[in-house]
Ligand binder design. Sequence first.
Ligand code: ADP
Ligand code: MG
Length: 428
Amino acid sequence: MDTSVHANFHALGLSEALLQDLTDAKFASPTPIQAQAIPPALAGRDVIGCAQTGTGKTAAFVIPIVERLAGLPKSQPQALILAPTRELALQISTTIEKLGRRRRISATVIVGGADMQAQVRGLRQRPDILVATPGRLLDHMWNGTISLSAIKVLVLDEADRMLDMGFAPQINQILDALPQERQTLLFSATLPTDLARLIHANVSNPVRVMITPSATTADGVTQAIHHTSHDAKGDLLLSLLGSDKDTALVFTRTKHRADRLGRMLNGAGHRVAVLHGDRSLSQRRAALEGFRRGSFRVLVATDIAARGIDVANIGHVINFDLPNCPEDYVHRIGRTARMKTTGRATSFVTGEDRHQLRDIERLLGYAVPLASGSAAPSSAIPSEGRQARRNDRPSQSQWKRSRHHGHSNSGRPRVESSSHTVPTSIRA
Ligand code: ADP
Ligand code: MG
């Protein structure tokens, strides 16, 4: 047996049964967010946890929940985990299956697009944990098929996404139905400062675990931007995909554009799947599972795939369109370079995108290097637009020309300087 697991996770005060499940999951030692968030969460404290994408935030909340609930008599569901997408909810429940096995802690997934009656039958199995997306959870609450009166632990995974304006009305209705006396755990790689008020209202005396400042990108990701035009994006994508065999996750701004791009890539002979919110749950599952298994080399998706999705070995994230929300840039490119691996993120930027790029670079605190072979910007970006707000970490390693066949040799990767200011952190 691997005793190192025991040595490391044991120091966190976990049960022998859970340590065995961690061994089976091949979790050799806790990641920083796990080492620092698990002890206060086990002690029942509220926790706000911020750490880069792909650094094990899921287990940082699943482990303490499993231990805490295992010590309680079985009743109604006693923990509620809210996630912004169906895919993420399903993924979290898989982690619970793995880490709750010997402690006999089970979860039911409550997401839209699936049969309500099947979910009701799942609820009759007396799950300890509900993993839910807000809309479907509210449907069950209105139907009287779910009661939240016994919930002792609430998790908001991707907390900023859960609490942003889009989800806020639904989240507030759910929060109102929860017992006042409860533990609340919030996790994300981005905690924008405007969340402070909402956090203040929903958590009490939290322990803040800031492993890295909000919006720190994954260590192993090499970023680059390509200045291009709308009309040239398709050819540029084909050229990038043609230059290597990496699996690629391609983000578009709209569902319609995802469909169109999927058809174009399919026509060009690529094994491609499309994931967006207008597709059925089974189509969405088939797309993501096929991509996970390697049946598809390319997944074209909207921001539905930006948050939380953990697929091993995505080599290249391509922002065919830039995201509207700068935080989503950090999450999108965080689908690669997970758990100490490396990967690339390339963003296409047109003349109309310069404000979006400026906002992204402000959030990052540095300018993203130009891809080797990229044309110059189509129109000059105002100098303050390329000024960085902070630089709490060195610039990403530079774009490697060797990965880009078929592009001109001119133009070395360019990294523009950035200023030094204090990293931002949430102060509620
Ligand atoms: P995050 O939520 O921070 O983006 P995840 O929780 O999705 O990250 O974890 C990323 C990957 O790392 C998952 O595949 C998970 O199984 C794996 N992982 C998590 N904790 C450990 C650990 N302690 N040791 C090894 N792998 C881990
Ligand atoms: Mg996560």
